[in-house]
Design a protein around this ligand. Sequence first.
Ligand code: NAD
Ligand code: LMR
Length: 313
Amino acid sequence: MRRSKVTVIGAGNVGATAAHWAAIEGLGDVVLLDVLEGIPQGKALDQSQFRPITGISCSIIGTNDYKDTADSDVIIITSGIARKPGMSRDDLLATNVKIVKEVTEKALEYSKDAYLVVVTNPIDAMVYTSYKVSGLPKNKVIGMAGVLDSARYRSFLADAIGVSPKDVNAIVMGIHGDYMLPLVRLANVCGIPITELLPKDEIDAIVKRTQNGGAEIVAHLKTGSAYYTPAAAAVEMAKAIIFDEKRVLPCAAYLEGEFGISGYFLGVPVVIGKNGVEKILQFKLTEEEQSLLKLSVEKVKEQVDSVNKILGW
Ligand SMILES: NC(=O)c1ccc[n+]([C@@H]2O[C@H](COP(=O)([O-])OP(=O)(O)OC[C@H]3O[C@@H](n4cnc5c(N)ncnc54)[C@H](O)[C@@H]3O)[C@@H](O)[C@H]2O)c1
Ligand SMILES: O=C(O)C[C@H](O)C(=O)O
């Protein structure tokens, strides 16, 4: 028996926080990798020293060498630039597509059977890039965004209603961008529809705030974007794989006909376990929801066209 191994590529805000969180959650040995010399080593050394305080036995190492990532079970890809105020996630595409291609190739060289959880933005296009470059089956390459967007939606609803966020069930589907789809019809508190608990104008404002959730934080931070919840969201997905939890999490999954969409990654409810994306939970959308999801797909198509053009595919 060996411990599970999780590699986090990119030791910046999201990556370092994800490594920290993965260790706390007991996912296994953690490797933090970055191109910057000293940064992953220093951050991992610091994190490894909280083990006696928190009672964690796994190892946490930092490196610039992909050999140290060999035989990883799950690889979380966070390497790439983050946006600053005034930028859209699409503005990151031209730079990040090359980084994601490079790190996917290098990581796969040492961990041919790993599951990839892609975080780098614009996520729906970057997870497509990793999928194409890796040659892995579609169940092994998953994009993180829906867990984050849904956590934002659930938090805003909980605060407005005055209940614990734990008791709010809600899902955000579609693109990780302005056209994301926080579903109102299915959002509930312990089964009670939110439409029974909040007036329509308040719900509409929460939907808008969710769609703008990343930009709201960028506007505060000025030098980068959110990382605490994004890191926890990526680790929640990795944990579901490593512990075969069969969690139902909104993830960017490769669609082949589900919800009438084919050939793209998009946020949908996924059963996630030891085989990665084990099932996509399909359900009937209303005409309005379906047409909003179509807007997401059109936007993702534009991003994927840019990726194909840049990489000559
Ligand atoms: N999917 C989501 O919901 C979501 C949420 C938050 C952030 N993000 C995205 O995640 C990415 C990282 O965000 P961050 O805040 O951690 O940024 P950051 O700038 O703090 O960290 C990025 C790290 O990537 C490293 N890096 C760059 N090129 C590399 C390469 N070729 N190999 C290895 N490492 C490399 C950098 O050195 C840096 O340490 C951004 O693209 C951001 O937009 C996505
Ligand atoms: O907003 C960003 O650029 C980062 C991330 O996608 C987020 O939603 O927080």
